[in-house]
Structures are given as C-alpha cells and as structure tokens.
Design a protein around this ligand. Structure first.
Ligand SMILES: O=C(O)COP(=O)(O)O
Ligand SMILES: [Mg+2]
Length: 225
C-alpha cells in the first residue's frame, strides 16, 4: 500500500494541479505575440513554457527575439493585459478536484494555494473555478521576492496557516513544486496531468504520483480524534 502522510495542513499548486488553465494562458500568449508581430506558439509549446511564472512564460515565448529590458517589460505588460481578459474563459478545475478539496475541508484540514501565478490572476481564477472557499491562505508568485522552486513560498504559507512545514503535504505538478517541497522539508505528491516544463513527470523526484484527485484522500492518514 502507498505511504500515508500524517498531516496538519495541505499546500496546493494551482496551474496544472487544481486547474487546467493552459487554454487561457495560450490565448493570452498568442494575443501578445500577435500584437508584437511575432509568430504564434502551439499549445504544446506554451504548455512547456508554464511553471515559473508570467515573466518566464513571456521570456520563453519570445526566446527567438532580441529584446531590450524595456521591450521585455512592455511585452510582460501586454501579456498581462490580454490575460486579464482571457483568465477564466476556458480554465476549469480538473475532474474530482472540488469534491476532493471538500472532503479534506470536512476533515478539518487547513489548506493553502501556493502558485507562481501573479496575485491579480490567482484570486479571480480561484473565484471563477469555485475553489476560493477551500483556501485559508493564498501565496502567489508576486507575494514574495522569491518563487518556487525556492522554498520561501511554502514556508510563508505554513507560517500564515500556523502549522509546522514538516506536518504538511505539498501537492503539485512540476519539478518547481517537488524541489520547493524538498528544500522546505515537507513531502510532495505530483498529479500526472499537469505542466512539467517538458520533463516526464515520472522522472521528477517526489513521494508519489496521483493520477486522480480523489487518490489524494487515500494518501492522508486518518487524524487522531
Ligand atoms: O504561473 C506559472 O507559471 C505556474 O503556476 P503554478 O505555480 O500554479 O503551477
Ligand atoms: Mg503547476
């Protein structure tokens, strides 16, 4: 039987873990590229570009262009303008996610969303997908100076939840989540359906893979009454 984790709280990644957001990200990325007179990117390419936040996504989309710092900053602003419009248009919670979060909530487990997505987009996306009520704390890609794979965001989430990082479980989809959890000192499980920056998910060092949301419930040890 797979190992069960005794936890006081859970930390969840957003893009590629809870919400299939690639459609809206791709719409915004291609609207930006079109506005800048650059060729469109395929959905598969854009899926590989997601994981380290918006500036990195824009940089990867424009990797074949020579840009000054000012041009790059302008491109990020163009992306954000389009993403403010497309965010939530086709994004959906993955099957079983709302039910699984509800079951965890019913067990009294506090939960935080820890995402490299910027705050301006995280909060509306959680609202539009109906997931916002499950999270006691949200730490976004611009909440701190650092992003995943740095452990800071996870440690900050635990501090705000008032729980010990070693008694939490991180649930993510990429090496950014796995590495940040390892560095912070908590176990980590990865969903098999997410965005891995082109790396096969089963090559990422972690404590196990989840191929359905409700499989997570079997990995949490029952809490002492
Ligand atoms: O914004 C990104 O690039 C990825 O966001 P995530 O941390 O929720 O996967
Ligand atoms: Mg992710």
């Amino acid at each position: 039987m797979s190992q069960r984790f005794e936890v006081d709280a859970l930390l969840f990644d957003l893009d590629g873990t809870l919400v299939d957001s690639i459609g809206d990200l791709a719409l915004a990325a291609n609207a930006m590229l079109d506005e800048l007179g650059r060729p469109a990117r395929s959905l598969d390419q854009i899926r590989r570009f997601v994981g380290k936040g918006i500036p990195k996504l824009v940089e990867r989309c424009l990797a074949d262009a020579t840009l000054s710092d000012a041009d790059f900053a302008a491109a990020v602003a163009v992306f954000k303008r389009h993403y403010a419009d497309t965010n939530g248009r086709v994004s959906k919670a993955y099957p079983g996610v709302p039910e699984t979060l509800a079951a965890l909530r019913a067990q009294g487990l506090p939960m935080a969303c820890v995402t490299n997505k910027a705050t301006a987009f995280t909060e509306p996306l959680l609202q539009m997908t109906g997931l916002a009520p499950y999270f006691d704390v949200v730490v976004s890609g611009d909440t701190l100076e650092v992003k995943k794979p740095h452990p800071g965001m996870l440690l900050h989430a635990c501090q705000r939840l008032g729980v010990d990082i070693t008694r939490t479980l991180m649930v993510g989809d990429s090496a950014n989540d796995a590495e940040s959890a390892r560095a912070a000192g908590c176990p980590v499980l990865l969903m098999t359906w997410g965005y891995t920056e082109g790396v096969p998910v089963d090559t990422i060092e972690c404590d196990g893979l989840l191929s359905s949301a409700n499989a997570l419930l079997q990995r949490i040890a029952p809490r002492a009454p």
